[in-house]
Design a protein around this ligand. Structure first.
Ligand code: ZN
Length: 152
């Protein structure tokens, strides 16, 4: 396995990443999820699995987010899971786009709706690790896509 550069996790953002890594949120499995998606990155053995339950209005009412691998994927999965409840799939797609753009281009002033995900800006200086931060996002997007094609 190729050597992955270590991302120094100190400072305000680093502390937040470590906090989610040590105490990941929303790990309990859901029994009847509307959306289920899993992504794997063989490059560093990262895995992210999401389950989403929608309410009658099409908004997220329950989330399960589980991951294994490096600290970045585990923190990113937990942070993303906190963003989902109460949002429609359209809103989630918009957040996903904004988060991906922020990882490649920086946020500028456009930080709306990113919450703790902003802390992953510490990863930006290590381009190969950006994949780790974005893996749960890819799972989310694939899950939404599959849900739409199933719903027609
Ligand atoms: Zn990783």
């Amino acid at each position: 396995m190729p050597q992955q550069p270590e991302v120094p996790l100190d400072g305000l953002y680093g502390d937040l990443v470590m906090d989610h890594y040590r105490h990941p949120h929303n790990r309990a499995l859901i029994s009847e999820a509307d959306i289920e998606a899993e992504e794997f990155n063989p490059f560093c053995g990262d895995r992210a699995a999401l389950q989403i339950k929608l309410d009658g209005q099409g908004k997220v009412c329950n989330v399960s987010a589980r991951s294994e691998g490096c600290s970045i994927i585990q923190a990113a999965t937990s942070m993303l899971s906190d963003m989902l409840p109460g949002k429609s799939l359209c809103e989630l797609t918009a957040i996903a786009e904004r988060f991906r753009a922020s990882m490649y281009n920086g946020t500028g002033d456009d930080t709306e709706g990113l919450g703790d995900l902003l802390a992953l800006q510490v990863v930006r200086r290590y381009p190969v690790r950006i994949k780790c931060a974005l893996l749960p996002l890819v799972a989310l997007e694939e899950g939404i896509k599959a849900y739409h094609s199933k719903a027609g």
